[in-house]
Design a binder for this molecule. Structure first.
Ligand code: GLC
Length: 447
C-alpha cells in the first residue's frame, strides 16, 4: 500500500516535468540540436565584387563606385576554375559541419538561375550558368548541412525602395503597390530556393532596412517552415529568428542566448579582396573557435573565393590547419556544451553533452608543466590527453577530510604533448559535473 501511495504522488510530478518540455520547446530543441552540436560552419561570400576586389554591395551603395561600373564586374566573373566538389571537400576537411553561401547579396546578384528575372550568374555574368546547384549537391554528398544566405534588400531590383545611401526610389506609404511587387519578387525567389535546395538553414541579412511588418516576415517564415518544419533561421529577421548572430565581435562574456553563432572574416573582408592581406594566423582563428566552443556557440568562418572560383591560398591554408586540429580533437568539439567558468580553470573548456567529461583547452603549457583546476567536487576517474589517450599525472593539494572543499588539482602535461594549437585535457568525472562555488574552508566535521 505504501508503495502504491508513493507512486500515486509521483505520477503528477512526472507529468508536470514533461509538460514543461513538451510542444514547441521540445520540438525547437530537437530542431536546433544539430546546430548546437556542429560548432563550426564555413561562410562563403562569392559574387561579382571579387572581380575588382571591392567590398560586397556596400562599395556602390556607399558611392565608392557607380552602380553601372559595379555591375560591369559581372563580365569578369568567369567561375572558370570553379570546383564545387573541391570546395565542399575543403570544408569537410576543415571540420566544419555546415556551410552558408551567399545565394544573393544586397547587390541582387543571384548565384542560381532564377526564373523570376533579376541579376544572375546565369543571365548576366561571364560564368553563364547556375553556380549554386552543384555546390549544394556537393555539400550534401559530403554530409554537410546546407545554409543559404539571402539578403532581404536588393539594391539593384527596380521595385526595391533603396538603391544607394543617397538614392531612395520611393517610400512604401506612397507606393504600396510597388512594394507589394517587391514582396512578391523576394518571396518568389525564396520559394524557388526552398523548392530546389530545401536548405537546412536560412541566413537572412539586411533586415534593418524595414520593419517586420513591411518585410511580411511572419508569412515568409511560415512559408519556409511549412515546407520544412525543421528549418533553422538566423536572427536577422527583425526578432523572428532562432539564434543570435553576433558579427566579428567575439563575445567577451558567455552569451545569455542558448543558441548563437559568431560570423567572422579570416582577414578584414567578407568577399575576396586582393589588397586585403590582413589575415589572422591559423592560431588566431583557432583561438576564436575555441572561445566560441567554450561559451557554447558556433563559429561561422568566412571564405571569399576569387572570381574564377579558386579559394585563395591563405584561406585554404587556414581551413587545412583547422582540419588537423579538429580531426584530432573531435571528441572535445562536436556535441560539446559550454565549459566551466574561468574561476575553475583559467582558460576555455567544454563539457560533454552528458556533463560527465570536462575538456580543458590549453593553448600554451605553463613553465612548470602544470595546469590548475579548482572547485570540481566529483571524484575524477581519469585524466588524459585527447588525441593520444596518454594518462596524465595529477596531484591534489589543500584537500582535507574535515570539509567539502575539493582542493586544488595540478595536472602535469608532458612537454612533448604540446599540440601546435591547443592541447586538450580530458577529465572523466564520476557523475555529472558538480561545481563547488562557495567560500568555504572552515571545519565542517571533526572525525
Ligand atoms: C553585414 C553586411 C554584409 C555581410 C554580412 C555578413 O550585414 O551587410 O556585407 O555579408 O554582414 O555577416
Amino acid at each position: 500500500m505504501k508503495k502504491f501511495l508513493f507512486l500515486f504522488f509521483l505520477v503528477p510530478i512526472t507529468i508536470q516535468a514533461q509538460d514543461t518540455l513538451s510542444g514547441d520547446t521540445l520540438a525547437f530543441r530537437q530542431k536546433m540540436e544539430w546546430f548546437k552540436d556542429a560548432k563550426m560552419g564555413i561562410f562563403i561570400h562569392w559574387g561579382i565584387y571579387s572581380v575588382n576586389g571591392i567590398s560586397e554591395s556596400w562599395s556602390f551603395f556607399n558611392g565608392q563606385i557607380p552602380h553601372e561600373d559595379y555591375v560591369k564586374q559581372a563580365e569578369g566573373f568567369t567561375a572558370q576554375n570553379y570546383k564545387p566538389e573541391y570546395w565542399a571537400g575543403m570544408i569537410k576537411e576543415s571540420g566544419a559541419r555546415y556551410s552558408v553561401i551567399t545565394s544573393k547579396h544586397h547587390d541582387g546578384f543571384a548565384l542560381w538561375d532564377s526564373s523570376l528575372g533579376g541579376f544572375s550568374a546565369k543571365d548576366n555574368s561571364a560564368a553563364q550558368k547556375d553556380l549554386l546547384s552543384p555546390f549544394v549537391n556537393a555539400l550534401r554528398e559530403n554530409n554537410l548541412k546546407v545554409g543559404l544566405y539571402y539578403s532581404l534588400p536588393d539594391w539593384t531590383w527596380p521595385d526595391y525602395t533603396e538603391h544607394t545611401r543617397t538614392i531612395k526610389r520611393y517610400r512604401i506609404d506612397e507606393a504600396p503597390d510597388r512594394w507589394a511587387k517587391f514582396l512578391n519578387y523576394y518571396q518568389g525567389q525564396l520559394k524557388e530556393l526552398m523548392n530546389r535546395y530545401d536548405p537546412d538553414l536560412w541566413w537572412f541579412d539586411g533586415d534593418w532596412e524595414h520593419t517586420a511588418e513591411e518585410w511580411d516576415i511572419e508569412n515568409t517564415r511560415n512559408l519556409l517552415t511549412r515546407h520544412n518544419p525543421k528549418v533553422i533561421f538566423n536572427s536577422r529577421l527583425q526578432g523572428h529568428g532562432d539564434y543570435d548572430t553576433p558579427e566579428i565581435g567575439l563575445p567577451v562574456m558567455k552569451p545569455k542566448a542558448e543558441y548563437w553563432e559568431l560570423c567572422m572574416t579570416m582577414n578584414d573582408s567578407w568577399g575576396y579582396q586582393h589588397t586585403d592581406l590582413n589575415y589572422k594566423s591559423p592560431q588566431q582563428v583557432m583561438d576564436i573557435l575555441v572561445d566560441c566552443i567554450g561559451k557554447g556557440g558556433n563559429l561561422l568562418l568566412d571564405i571569399g573565393p576569387k572570381a574564377d572560383g579558386t579559394i585563395p591560398l591563405e584561406q585554404e591554408n587556414i581551413l587545412k590547419e583547422l582540419g588537423k586540429w579538429t580531426g584530432k580533437h573531435a571528441e572535445a568539439i562536436y556535441g560539446s556544451r559550454a565549459g566551466v567558468p574561468y574561476e575553475h580553470f583559467n582558460g576555455p573548456s567544454a563539457l560533454s553533452k552528458d556533463r560527465k567529461n570536462l575538456y580543458l583547452f590549453v593553448r600554451d603549457i605553463p613553465k612548470d608543466g602544470n595546469i590548475i583546476v579548482k572547485g570540481i567536487s566529483n571524484p575524477i576517474k581519469n585524466i588524459s590527453l585527447v588525441g593520444n589517450d596518454t594518462e596524465l599525472s595529477q596531484k591534489l593539494f589543500c584537500k582535507v577530510s574535515w570539509n567539502t572543499y575539493p582542493g586544488i588539482l595540478y595536472i602535469q602535461i608532458p612537454e612533448d604533448a604540446q599540440d601546435d594549437y591547443y592541447t586538450v585535457v580530458k577529465l572523466e568525472l564520476e557523475g555529472e559535473i558538480n561545481l563547488y562555488r562557495e567560500n568555504s574552508g572552515a571545519i565542517e566535521s571533526n572525525d
